[in-house]
Design a binder for this molecule. Structure first.
Ligand code: ATM
Length: 233
């Protein structure tokens, strides 16, 4: 049986698995998608709503989220678009992720927090794998070794036409963190499809969000899903 939330389809089996998991330990939620999709704003909105309902929440991001990982972020997001090969980017992202998981994410989950992370493993699959051409085997091996069982419980995939997303980011000031934005248009088109393919392959974990809708519509779609998952009334 499927429940429909406009743009997203969710199987009822998925809710049950999720609820069992919530009770014992924290919940790991990730936000993914191309540039200018509005993820970061929605991370903040969701974190505030959950805190208002009494949940302990950790907001974090990748690459970054720990002291060591933020140092590695600087290497990844600044400089010329062709500064690193896709394999080097994969290794740098997983080096950052290892530090982030060990020092930030796992301790928060163990203390029962809801961890909301702006980007995680699906960004590596999409940016370095599908769009960048890094070997799938390398990414799978690193996921297995570094992430292990700390796989997100729920992932929102923000879907938007890259032309609209990139025009939104160009009007923003984000310092010199523009390395990925400056990749060619074909890179961004491939990314969009890569994220949709991930959602299609893992429908129990991933929900696609139509990011072309208004900020409040997106926030309310997300909240409907969260209310059901966390059984908030
Ligand atoms: P944010 O701008 O969303 O913080 O992300 C920084 C960049 O890092 C993002 N591109 N842009 N802009 C995507 C990129 N990235 C990867 O390429 N691979 C990864 O594994 C992660 C987590 C991010």
């Amino acid at each position: 049986m499927e429940q429909s939330f406009g743009y997203c389809n969710v199987s009822s089996f998925w809710w049950l698995t999720m609820f069992d998991k919530n009770v014992a330990q924290g919940v790991f939620i990730t936000f993914e998608g191309g540039e200018g999709a509005g993820k970061s704003t929605q991370v903040k909105i969701l974190a505030n709503q959950l805190e208002e309902h009494g949940f302990k929440v950790l907001q974090t991001r990748e690459p970054g989220g720990s002291l060591g990982a933020e140092d590695i972020r600087e290497l990844l997001v600044t400089g010329a678009p062709d500064r690193w090969s896709a394999s080097t980017e994969t290794l740098l992202n997983f080096a950052a992720r290892d530090d982030h998981l060990r020092t930030t994410i796992r301790p928060a989950l163990q203390s029962g927090s809801v961890v909301i992370c702006d980007r995680f493993m699906d960004s590596t699959r999409a940016y370095q794998g599908s769009a960048g051409g890094a070997q799938k085997d390398l990414i799978e091996h690193l996921e297995h070794s570094i992430i292990g069982t700390t796989v997100p419980d729920l992932t929102f995939i923000f879907d938007i036409d890259p032309d609209i997303g990139l025009s939104r980011t160009k009007s923003r000031n984000h310092g010199n963190e523009d390395r990925f934005e400056n990749k060619p248009e074909s890179f961004h088109q491939t990314l969009r499809q890569a994220f949709l393919d991930i959602a299609n392959n893992e429908p129990e974990r991933c929900v696609v969000i139509d990011a072309s809708k208004s900020q409040s519509d997106v926030a309310s779609s997300i909240w409907t899903i969260i209310e059901n998952r966390l059984r908030i009334k």
